[in-house]
Design a protein around this ligand. Sequence first.
Ligand code: TV7
Ligand code: CA
Ligand code: ZN
Length: 378
Amino acid sequence: NMRLASHNKTRVAYFHDEGVGNYHYGERHPMKPHRLTLTNHLVLNYGLHKKMEIFQPRRATDNEILEFHAPDYVDFLKRVTPDNAEEFEQVFQRFNVGDDCPIFDGIYDFCQRYAGASIEASRKLIAGGADICINWSGGLHHAKKSEASGFCFVNDIVLGILELLRYFPRVLYVDIDIHHGDGVQEAFYSTDRVMTVSFHKYNGDFFPGTGHLDEIGSSLGKYYSVNVPLRDGIDDDAYIWLFQEVMDGVMATYQPSAIVLQCGADSLGCDRLGCFNLSIEAHGRCVQIMKDYKIPMMVVGGGGYTVRNVARCWTYETSILVDQELSNDLPPNEYIDFFRPDYQLHPHLSGRVENQNDRQYLLKVRERVMEQLRYLDA
Ligand code: TV7
Ligand code: CA
Ligand code: ZN
């Protein structure tokens, strides 16, 4: 890759919207945008901003959001508020708003902010202005063309990939959130210009219910959707092994020109909604593995419901992307109380859930994925 060969330091651009952490899904709702403020504070207090270019992103415009989403759905998101919600109740079902995807103050503004950052990140990569772009507020992978789903209203990943496709011939999407990346998979299910790869818990029941090994894509996109279904309690060694095996196979066969990596932190041990046993180090190892392929890459957030660990994880992953080692002692900061009682970057997170992924199961999954990838070569 000439663009990377011409200089040896990775250039990282960090997109952070000052206001994006101030939205509230509701008192009892597990999605807490405040985790983005917390993450940004740790990033700054560790001094990582000195090793990146920092951008305050633009909000996405209506027309940019309409590149993927349907006009009637966008119109609804723009107009609905908690105060006028009753006027819209007849369309709540159609657009799937309710408990998981509630109407809250500033909902469309929130979407414009996190989606604007992903679109700007794509443009920065296209312009060759950075090798890696980070948007921790993005990664809302469940949103569909005409409906909200799983805490996601606008699919910033699909919008970011559509932008990348204006310039890059092939885009690889990789998703390590514990949930299946269904919205992104669906959007690109019948094209070979995007390969989607999701690692997730799957048992037919866990949200969103899709992501079976046999979902491989259709028509031109046949074999270009890859699913890695996992059982409860997967540990560091098994996850890293399988991730390395699958991604080496994918990179060798697909040879993408750009990568989008969704880093949902609900795959960590001790997550409020998750059931894996991953440490922050192992989660970060996946980020390191993708970085080492040296392809232009956008890194986004996603799920993550134990807020203190989300901030730790994405801060650590920022440090990996800028090649800066961090002390395990968290720097003093105004939110230090969130990190009680240990005040460490790497708390012990495993062991809460029994590992249901035996060796035989993991080998079967790897073999099935490798078999699928062999069809790409042919
Ligand atoms: C990317 N799990 C999103 C992951 C989206 C998961 C779900 C909840 C949940 C919602 C709440 C709440 C919750 C303790 C957990 C079938 C249902 C069951 C709503 C109560 N507490 C991402 C979406 C998932 C909302 N949804 O991938 C308000 O858990 O399982 C479901 C669907 C129907 C709706 N009910 C839950 O990480 C960002 N929801 C408390 C208050
Ligand atoms: Ca996933
Ligand atoms: Zn998730």
